[in-house]
Design a protein around this ligand. Structure first.
Ligand code: ADP
Ligand code: TRP
Length: 342
C-alpha cells in the first residue's frame, strides 16, 4: 500500500511538472537597462519564474543586437556580460529558469532561414519597429528580417506565453502568423504563443511624454543602475504637465501620471494612496519622493550586480545554453523532417 501511495504521489508530481506551461523571452544586449525594460519585461520574468507555475526560458538576444550599432567587439562582449549579470542580479535563478545565449544555439538561426520561406514580405514591411528604426538612414537586411529570427527564437521552444512590453506585440503577432503559415504548408508543428504583459507595459520617456522610454533616446531614460544622485537629477528635470496637482490623468497629465505609475510600481503603494499623501504638495516634492523610491528599490540590485563575477555569469549561461540546445535541436529535426530535408 505504501508503495502504491508513493507511486501515486510520484505520478501527481510528474503531472504537475509535465503540465507546466512554458514561457520564453529575451532582451538584447544593447546597453544599460532602463526602468521601462525593468517594469515592462525583466520584473515580470522574475515574478513569473518565482510563481512556480511556468517552465521558464530567458535568453540574451545577441544576434538581434548586431542589427544596430555599436559594432565594436569589446563593447559587445561587455554588453553581453552586463546583461547576464543584470538578469541574475534582478533575481533570475538558474535553478528555476533556463538562462541562455541565442548565438550559442545554431538551431535558432537555422530555423529563421526556414521561416524566411514562409514569411510574406508584406508582413515584414509593415512592422512599425522596422519603419521607425530605418527612418533615419540606410537599414540593413537584418533589421528587416529581425522579426523572423524572433519568431524562430520563440517557436523553437513551443512556449504558451511570451512576456514582453507592449512595443513587442506586433512581433509576437507575426510569430503567430509564421506558425500558421508553416503549419498549413507542412502540417501542425507549432502552437501559437500569446503575449503576456505587466500592469505597466509602456513606460514613457522622461523628457517626451508622447514617446516610450527607449535606449535609443538615452536622455529620456532612467537607468536601473543609475546612482541616487543621478536619479534625483533626472527626475527633477523630468517633463511634467501644466497645473500643479499630483493627480493621475494619463490623457491630460501624462508626465506626472508616468511618475505616479513608476513610484507606485516600485513602492507597492496604490496610485490613489500616493495622490492622497501628496494632496496640496507640489511637483518638486513628489519628484523627490519618486527619486528616493526608485533609488532605494534598485539599491540591492546594484549591490548584487557588483558582487557577480564574469566567470560565474558566463558559466551559468553556458550550462543553460546546453540545456536549451537540446530542445531547440529536437524541434529543428522535427521541422526538417516535415519539409523533407532529412
Ligand atoms: P529599447 O526600446 O529601450 O531598446 P528593447 O527593445 O531592448 O528596449 O526592449 C526590451 C524589452 O523591454 C522588451 O520586452 C520591451 O517590450 C520592453 N520595453 C522596452 N521599452 C519599454 C517601455 N518604455 N515600457 C515598457 N516596456 C518596455
Ligand atoms: N525583440 C526583442 C526586444 O527588442 C528581443 C527578442 C528577440 C525577443 N527575440 C525574442 C523577445 C523572443 C521575446 C521573444 O526586446
Amino acid at each position: 500500500m505504501a508503495m502504491l501511495d508513493s507511486f501515486n504521489l510520484f505520478i501527481s508530481i510528474a503531472k504537475i511538472i509535465y503540465m507546466k506551461e512554458r514561457i520564453l523571452s529575451g532582451l538584447q544586449p544593447s546597453g544599460r537597462l532602463h526602468v521601462g525594460n525593468y517594469l515592462g519585461a525583466l520584473k515580470n520574468f522574475v515574478e513569473l519564474q518565482n510563481s512556480g507555475e511556468y517552465d521558464c526560458f530567458f535568453f540574451i538576444a545577441d544576434y538581434h543586437s548586431i542589427s544596430e550599432p555599436p559594432y565594436e567587439s569589446e563593447q559587445k562582449r561587455k554588453d553581453i556580460l552586463d546583461l547576464m549579470k543584470s538578469y541574475l542580479a534582478a533575481g533570475l535563478d538558474p535553478k528555476k529558469s533556463t538562462l541562455f545565449v541565442q548565438s550559442q544555439i545554431p538551431a535558432h538561426t537555422e530555423l529563421s532561414w526556414i521561416f524566411n520561406s514562409v514569411t510574406p514580405m508584406g508582413e515584414l514591411s509593415r512592422m512599425t519597429q522596422f519603419k521607425d528604426k530605418s527612418e533615419d538612414g540606410e537599414a540593413n537586411a537584418a533589421l528587416f528580417t529581425y522579426p523572423v529570427l524572433q519568431a524562430a527564437d520563440i517557436l523553437i521552444y513551443k512556449p504558451a506565453f511570451v512576456p514582453t512590453g507592449e512595443d513587442q506585440d506586433q512581433h509576437i503577432e507575426l510569430s503567430r502568423v509564421i506558425a500558421r503559415k508553416f503549419n498549413s504548408r507542412y502540417g501542425e508543428v507549432f502552437p501559437e504563443p500569446q503575449s503576456k504583459h505587466t500592469d505597466i507595459p509602456r513606460v514613457i520617456s522622461l523628457n517626451d511624454p508622447s514617446k516610450k522610454m527607449s535606449k535609443s533616446k538615452p536622455n529620456g531614460c532612467l537607468f536601473i543602475d543609475d546612482g541616487p544622485e543621478e536619479i534625483a537629477k533626472k527626475l527633477s528635470s523630468a517633463v511634467t504637465d501644466s497645473g500643479s496637482e499630483i493627480k493621475y490623468d494619463a490623457v491630460h497629465k501624462p508626465g506626472i501620471s508616468n511618475l505616479l505609475r513608476l513610484a507606485s510600481a516600485l513602492s507597492s503603494k496604490e496610485i490613489a494612496v500616493l495622490e492622497q499623501e501628496f494632496a496640496g504638495k507640489n511637483y518638486g516634492e513628489f519628484k523627490s519622493y519618486a527619486a528616493k523610491t526608485v533609488a532605494d528599490y534598485f539599491a540591492a540590485y546594484r549591490e548584487r550586480k557588483t558582487k557577480l563575477s564574469d566567470a560565474k555569469a558566463e558559466k551559468i549561461f553556458t550550462k543553460g545554453s546546453m540545456k536549451a540546445a537540446k530542445i531547440a535541436d529536437a524541434t529543428l529535426l522535427e521541422v526538417k523532417d516535415r519539409i523533407g530535408l532529412i
